[in-house]
Design a protein around this ligand. Structure first.
Ligand SMILES: [Zn+2]
Length: 41
């Protein structure tokens, strides 16, 4: 998974959880290069 901000490949999964009803899994990620965070589904 690439950082959408700086395109770095190094990231870290902070948290992953099933959404309610279990349809999608959201993963909170943090870029190790620029430090920004985002969420993937
Ligand atoms: Zn980044």
């Amino acid at each position: 998974m690439r950082c959408p901000h700086c395109n770095a490949r190094r990231d870290r999964v902070i948290d992953s959880r099933d959404s309610e009803k279990g349809a999608a899994i959201r993963r909170r990620r943090e870029c190790l290069e620029c430090g920004r965070r985002w969420t993937t589904y």
